[in-house]
Write a protein that binds this ligand. Structure first.
Ligand code: G6P
Ligand code: ZN
Length: 543
């Protein structure tokens, strides 16, 4: 087998974001584009010689061919072994688990998460470190540096490796082990949850719809929910991963998972509905006539964690991203455990999980997870809910009502203004920044401002500091407005306004969130001058 050193030149813009390098698929398919980035990963992490990696992706367009290129390059760079999911498929949490379980030197995940896939849509490549989590900034910075200085990449001449058959083959000197993408993950789930109880729930006639959105969780959900736990056949819909996700937008929220929402609010609703995203790390939970916000879901999981075997001994602590509602804090207070507030981005949970300070964590952007892996985990959250439902034998709506009666309800909503002119969006933030110190004590829409600041995070584990993480306005009584600019938008700027108000009066715990939050919404517009500064009269997306 011949090893070639191919001459190349640096390509601009290969800077990995929070979740690796994400670009339009045609950009990734340009000559040498993928090759440069993969070589930069190997160069940035100190070479691949003698190393073992995990490789897999969410099955989107170009996943299969990119995997073959990466295998040929890993072999040419002297890697000892690559463990690949069959047909180059692995959900993000399953890849994280495999990296940890096999003690590898890391892994490469091909995904652009919840972004659409296809010849004209998005593709992505992300490197995860040996703890199973997304590479921290120090590592991605080295990879980025390597993309700027690259002059050649290594690749072997070889036919495609057969990734359809489970087993081990050789690519030159390198071992390629093709594994069942579901098996190890399913074993881990069986260790965490009470599968017998969930099996009994389904045997008793409990019904479910899980919408895999034509993405990676289809095979996982079929194997675990239908084949192992006995959910009726057909409970998992859109279960075959397609390269273009069926032309859809594989993002589990009430907007993109509309058909599931329609079903759950119709006369034909099953007992429980759930969905996951392109690469399987996000989740949506919805009961019959009862949508559960990600922030509430996180709080309910924390409050009921001891019903799950793996967490029966209690939680060491919990963590949420700053804009996530403070419903979790109320549970943590009752449990007398620490609640950490981190900047947006899953990577900030890694240190807390590694250090054993937090067991559960989550974000308002539909991610929930625990110390079982180092990524958020969609199907895990669904199984967590099923375990709770199996134990409590109540409906989702009843569990929510009970939760709010006990802890109060943090009414919560996020208003997004998308593709805003960047200068106008920065102007909104700058003007708010200028007002901060005068705000405490002011009364707006009948609410008194208790404190106002720009969020900065001091990591209690490694001492690093992250500044400029969003503007917070806190009201007496627990209400809050957070303003921040999205770090994942692709066009102009996305201004996110997170609105929250605590309600404890029993008579008004079942209000419509937009109605319950009307004063907070008016206060936000007044404070940030959104209409006058951006020319927008209403948000583009309300979650
Ligand atoms: C990705 C990250 C999440 C983050 C989300 C929203 O999904 O993995 O950790 O919460 O993006 O980020 P944004 O900056 O767009 O609000
Ligand atoms: Zn995702």
């Amino acid at each position: 087998m011949t090893r070639h050193m191919v001459e190349t030149h640096a390509i601009d813009g290969q800077k990995p974001g929070t979740s690796g390098l994400r670009k339009k698929t045609p950009v990734f398919m340009q000559p040498q584009y993928l090759e440069n980035f993969v070589q930069a990963i190997f160069n940035g992490i100190g070479g691949a010689a003698g190393k073992t990696y995990v490789l897999g992706g969410d099955g989107r367009y170009f996943n299969d061919r990119a995997a073959q290129v990466m295998l040929r390059m890993a072999a040419a760079n002297g890697a000892k072994k690559v463990i690949v999911g069959q047909n180059a498929l692995l959900s993000t949490p399953a890849a994280s688990h495999l990296i940890r379980k096999r003690g590898t030197d890391g892994g490469i995940i091909m995904s652009a998460s919840h972004n659409p896939g296809g010849p004209k849509e998005d593709f992505g490549v992300k490197f995860n470190t040996p703890n199973g989590g997304p590479a921290a900034e120090g590592v991605t910075e080295k990879i980025f540096e390597a993309t700027k200085t690259i002059t050649e990449y290594a690749i072997v001449d070889a036919q495609d490796v057969d990734l359809s058959t489970i087993g081990t083959t050789m690519l030159g000197e390198m071992e390629v082990e093709v594994v069942d993408p579901v098996a190890d993950y399913a074993l881990m789930m069986a260790d965490i949850f009470d599968f017998d109880k969930i099996r009994a729930l389904f045997a008793g006639g409990f019904t479910l719809r899980f919408d895999a959105m034509h993405a990676i969780t289809g095979p996982y959900a079929k194997a675990i929910l239908e084949d192992t736990l006995g959910a009726p056949k057909g409970s998992v819909v859109n279960a075959v991963p397609l390269p273009d996700f069926g032309g859809g937008h594989p993002d589990p929220n009430p907007i993109w998972a509309k058909s599931l929402m329609d079903l759950m609010f119709s006369g034909k609703a099953p007992d429980f509905g759930a969905a996951s995203d392109g690469d399987g790390d996000r989740n949506m939970i919805v009961g019959r006539n009862a949508y559960v916000t990600p922030s509430d879901s996180l709080a309910v999981l924390a409050a009921n964690a001891t019903l799950v075997p793996a967490y029966a001994g209690g939680l060491k602590g919990v963590a949420r991203s700053m804009p996530t509602s403070r419903a979790l804090d109320r549970v943590a207070e009752a449990l007398d455990i620490p609640c950490y507030e981190t900047p947006t981005g899953w990577k900030f949970f890694g240190n807390l999980l590694d250090a054993g300070r937090a067991t559960l964590c989550g974000e308002e952007s539909a991610g929930t997870g625990s110390d079982h892996v180092r990524e958020k985990d969609g199907l895990w959250a669904v199984l967590f809910w099923l375990n709770i439902l199996a134990e409590r034998k109540q409906s989702v709506a009843a569990i929510m009502a009970d939760h709010w009666a006990r802890y109060g309800r943090n009414y919560y909503s996020r208003h997004d203004y998308e593709a805003v002119d960047s200068a106008a969006a920065n102007g909104v933030m700058e003007a708010l920044r200028g007002k901060l110190k005068h705000l405490p004590g002011q009364v707006i829409e009948g609410m008194t401002i208790e404190a106002a600041d720009e969020f900065a995070y001091d990591d209690p584990v490694d001492g690093s500091r992250s500044e400029g993480q969003g503007i917070r306005i806190m009201f007496i009584g627990g209400g809050r407005i957070v303003f921040r600019l999205s770090g994942t938008g692709t066009e102009g700027a996305t201004l996110r306004v997170y609105l929250e108000r605590v309600e404890t009066a029993a008579a008004v715990l079942q209000d419509n969130p937009q109605h319950a939050l009307s004063a907070v919404i008016a206060a936000a517009d007044g404070l940030a001058e959104i209409r006058s500064r951006t020319g927008r009269n209403a948000p583009d997306v309300i979650t």
